[in-house]
Design a protein around this ligand. Structure first.
Ligand SMILES: Nc1ncnc2c1ncn2[C@@H]1O[C@H](COP(=O)(O)OP(=O)(O)OP(=O)(O)O)[C@@H](O)[C@H]1O
Ligand SMILES: [Mg+2]
Length: 225
């Protein structure tokens, strides 16, 4: 059973030119399975730092991260990379698709990184892509896709290993309004139906209607709006 994602009292310092910057200041958040949380806030307030720590890409200076009930704060880099692959789905600002792979193979590549690709995996990949309206695009290459189709491929890819957590950093930044709505509503739908714990960082206030909770980041401090 997915127990969601919990960050407790996370502080992050960066050192730059001998100066210590406090990027996150005792940040706590708990996201339950099926919950879609948004984080908004000004540039430089700590949103990407926060998401990187939530996604085990960066270690906190202080505090703990619990993923699905396990404390991942003290794990080795190797253990963390396994966790990123199996337990966390990332959706980024630009879709980061591999240019020479078709849509279906974008998903199967991720599956391959965590083991052998079975017929079952392939079926699941096709089902996800159909669910996201890409049933006719399985054999298309990234350059043949619209911005919205690329992001929908990235959503499907984030789900292929059936992770407990979905993290999205500005997933609509490169899209026009209609496509942005479409992409965020699809993320929300998958989060609900597949019971993922999800956090989206966004600048776009219009996307917040799809989220269950909205948090505000200011000077490294997180508060519920
Ligand atoms: N690798 C780093 N080394 C030093 N300082 C950093 C580093 N990464 C971020 N910072 C600083 O930490 C603070 C938070 O940065 P962060 O990237 O998390 O903000 P953000 O809210 O994502 O901003 P944006 O909305 O512009 O993406 C900023 O003051 C930034 O300059
Ligand atoms: Mg950022």
């Amino acid at each position: 059973m997915n127990k969601g994602l919990e960050l407790s009292n996370i502080t992050k310092y960066y050192t730059e030119g001998g100066n210590r910057i406090t990027a996150l200041d005792h940040v706590s958040i708990s996201v339950a399975p099926g919950e879609f949380a948004a984080v908004v806030g000004p540039s430089g307030s700590g949103k990407s730092t926060f998401l990187s720590i939530a996604g085990a890409l960066l270690k906190a200076s202080e505090g703990e991260v619990h993923l699905n009930g396990h404390n991942i704060s003290k794990l080795s880099d190797k253990e963390l990379s396994g966790i990123r692959l199996k337990e966390i789905g990332f959706i980024m600002q630009s879709s980061n698709l591999v240019p020479y792979l078709n849509v279906l193979d974008q998903l199967l590549l991720v599956k391959k990184m965590s083991g052998k690709v079975t017929a079952e995996d392939k079926k699941f990949a096709v089902m996800l892509l159909e669910e996201l309206g890409l049933g006719a695009k399985l054999k298309s290459f990234p350059e043949e896709l619209s911005g919205g189709e690329k992001q929908r491929t990235a959503i499907a890819r984030s789900l292929i290993n059936d992770p407990n957590v979905i993290l999205a950093d500005e997933p609509t930044a490169s899209l026009d309004t209609n496509r942005a709505y479409e992409v965020v509503s699809l993320i929300a739908k998958e989060v609900k139906s597949r019971r993922k714990a999800a956090i989206m960082v966004t600048h776009d206030e219009r996307m917040l209607e799809y989220c269950d909770k909205v948090y505000h980041m200011e000077d490294g401090r997180l508060s519920l709006v």
